[in-house]
Design a protein around this ligand. Structure first.
Ligand SMILES: Nc1ncnc2c1ncn2[C@@H]1O[C@H](COP(=O)(O)OP(=O)(O)OP(=O)(O)O)[C@@H](O)[C@H]1O
Ligand SMILES: [Mg+2]
Length: 145
């Protein structure tokens, strides 16, 4: 599955990598996600959903992952085009993914709505993590024609 995704990325063009180490980086990411979505022809509602999801995931990268990076890529499955966003950190990882996804669960005094909210706002959602091995959260939004 990851191999196929890498292949799709190669076909659709290079990915952009943005550092995530400060609040300013989150602001820059939001602008870049918006620009990418506008360029692909996504509407305002879709832009708002994915910018919101990206903000939540970027804040998790900062807060729990100790910082990292966001990777933005146009992807295609042959029939559809989409935008894929990947949030990568080398932090402590998540040892119980279902718990982390539970609305209201937080280990850091938040609302515990970020991960579940991002999952609901995106068309695709995947967490790749292991204790001590960092976390990568991937979301995608497909363009409907
Ligand atoms: N990148 C990450 N690395 C390690 N743990 C994470 C990461 N992202 C999320 N988590 C864990 O998952 C929990 C739930 O995340 P979620 O974003 O849903 O809530 P929150 O960040 O605690 O609060 P909110 O986002 O609503 O302010 C976090 O409290 C944290 O324990
Ligand atoms: Mg959060």
């Amino acid at each position: 599955m990851l191999g196929a995704q890498a292949q799709e990325r190669a076909q659709a063009g290079a990915q952009q990598i943005l550092p995530l180490h400060s609040d300013e980086d989150v602001v820059r990411l939001r602008k870049q996600v918006r620009d990418s979505m506008v360029a692909m022809g996504f509407g305002l509602i879709e832009q708002t959903k994915i910018i919101t999801a990206a903000s939540e995931l970027a804040r998790n990268t900062l807060r729990y992952g100790g910082g990292g990076e966001a990777r933005i890529a146009r992807v295609s499955d042959g029939a559809r085009q989409g935008l894929e966003l990947r949030f990568v950190d080398a932090g402590p990882g998540i040892d119980d993914i279902p718990l982390a996804l539970t609305d209201g669960y937080t280990s850091g005094g938040g609302l515990g709505l970020g991960l579940g909210g991002a999952k609901r706002l995106a068309d695709a959602f995947h967490i790749d993590t292991a204790p001590g091995a960092g976390t990568t959260v991937t979301i995608a939004k497909w363009k409907l024609f």
